[in-house]
Design a protein around this ligand. Structure first.
Ligand code: PMP
Length: 338
C-alpha cells in the first residue's frame, strides 16, 4: 500500500539488513531496524498495543488521561498514539535521558515530569513509583504500567517475533537472537514466540555493566545493589513482573564505553545510525559471533535511532569529556594541510 491513512499504520514491519563490514567471525549478522518505526524506536509497538488493548477492554476512552514512567521511547510511542487518538498524557522521565527525547515528547504535547535517575525502585522519586503515584492521585487517570502490562510482551510475541521468523526464513532461519532488557517486553515476547515456533534459536541477553540481569542469567544469583550506567533503555535493578527469563541461557555485560564505541563503529562501517542500546546489543552480538566455531545466523535489533543521541555519544566533545575517547595529539600540522 503506497498511501497510509495514519502514521500509526507505519508501526512495525521493520526491515532487516545484513552486516557487511563488521567483523562477525564465522557468523552472519543481521540487524532489524526498529529505528525505522515512526517514533524512532521499538517502543512504538507497545505504545499502540497497550493503548488499543485498554480501549478494547473498556478501561479507557479518548479524552482520558494516561500516565506512564518511561526512559523516553515508550513515552514517544505512547505520545504518538495518544495524540492521534485524543488522550492526555503525563510522563515521568528520569533526568539522565537525552534532551532529544524530552524535546520530542514535549513537542508532541505530552506533559513531562523529570525525576532523579540516581534512585532505585522503592524510592518515592523513582520514575515508575512516581508515575504510579501521579496516576493514583489524578482523578480518572489510567496507569499504563509497561513493566506489569501483558500487552507489552504481546506486541513482540505476536508482532516483532513473527516478523523475524518470516524475514529470517529467507536465509534459513535465525540460530541466535541478541536483545536487551528494559521493561523486558521484547525478551519475554520473543521468548514466547520462539519457544513455540523456533525452539532451536538461542536467546542471548545484552546487558549494561551495573545492571543485575547478566549475573542473574549467567550465575543464577540476584545482586542486591545495582550500579549505574549511561546507556539508555536497557539494564535493570529489579526483575519486572512481566519478565520471563526461562529460555535465556547466556548474557554478556557490556560497558558504556564498549557500547558507545560499537554504536559509532556501526555507523562508520554499515551506515546505520543506532542509539546507545544498539551499541550494547551489537557489542554482545559481535562477542557471541566471534566465539562461535561453526557458522551461525545471528540476529540483533537496532532498538532506536541514533538521532536521539547526537548531543551525547555521537558528539566527540561529550565522548572526550566523559573519558570514552582519548584526546589525540595534534601531530605534524603538515599532515592536515597536504
Ligand atoms: N532499547 C531502548 C533504546 C529502549 O528504550 C528500550 C525500552 N526501554 C529497550 C531497548 C528495551 O526494550 P524492552 O523494554 O522491551 O525490554
Amino acid at each position: 500500500m503506497a498511501i497510509h491513512s495514519s502514521v500509526l499504520e507505519l508501526i512495525g514491519r521493520t526491515p532487516i539488513v545484513k552486516a557487511q563490514r563488521l567483523d562477525t567471525g564465522v557468523c552472519e549478522l543481521y540487524l532489524k531496524l526498529e529505528s525505522q518505526n515512526p517514533g524512532g524506536s521499538i517502543k512504538d509497538r507497545i505504545g499502540l498495543s497497550m493503548i488499543e488493548a485498554a480501549e478494547k477492554a473498556g478501561k479507557i476512552k479518548p479524552g482520558d488521561t494516561l500516565v506512564e514512567g518511561t526512559a523516553g521511547n515508550t513515552g514517544i510511542g505512547l505520545a504518538l498514539v495518544a495524540q492521534q487518538k485524543g488522550y492526555r498524557l503525563i510522563l515521568v522521565v528520569p533526568d539522565k535521558m537525552s534532551r532529544e527525547k524530552i524535546f520530542n515528547l514535549k513537542a508532541m504535547g505530552a506533559q513531562v515530569v523529570l525525576t532523579r535517575s540516581d534512585v532505585a525502585k522503592g524510592h518515592p522519586d523513582y520514575y515508575q513509583d512516581l508515575a504510579e503515584r501521579i496516576a493514583r492521585e489524578t482523578p480518572g487517570a489510567y496507569f499504563i504500567n509497561q513493566f506489569g502490562n501483558p500487552d507489552n510482551p504481546a506486541a513482540h510475541e505476536f508482532g516483532t517475533g513473527p516478523e523475524i521468523l518470516e524475514q529470517m526464513a529467507e536465509v534459513g532461519g535465525a540460530d541466535a537472537i541478541v536483545f536487551g532488557c528494559g521493561s523486558s517486553g521484547t525478551m519475554t515476547g520473543l521468548s514466547r514466540c520462539f519457544a513455540e515456533k523456533s525452539p532451536h534459536t538461542e536467546l542471548v541477553l545484552a546487558d549494561p555493566v551495573g545492571s543485575i540481569l547478566a549475573q542473574y542469567i549467567n550465575e543464577g544469583t540476584l545482586s542486591e545493589k545495582s550500579g549505574t550506567w549511561m546507556v539508555e533503555g536497557i539494564g535493570e535493578d529489579f526483575l519486572p513482573v512481566i519478565s520471563d527469563f526461562a529460555r535465556v541461557r547466556k548474557a554478556y555485560a557490556i560497558s558504556d564505553r564498549e557500547s558507545f564505541l560499537t554504536a559509532r563503529e556501526l555507523l562508520a562501517k554499515e551506515g546505520i545510525l543506532g542509539g546507545s542500546s544498539t551499541g550494547t546489543l551489537l557489542a554482545a552480538a559481535l562477542r557471541y559471533c566471534r566465539e562461535q566455531t561453526v557458522p551461525k545466523k545471528v540476529l540483533t535489533l537496532v532498538p532506536d535511532t541514533g538521532n536521539k543521541y547526537l548531543s551525547k555519544m555521537y558528539n566527540d566533545y561529550w565522548m572526550l569529556d566523559n573519558g570514552f575517547l582519548e584526546r589525540e595529539p595534534y601531530g605534524d600540522l603538515r599532515d592536515l594541510i597536504l
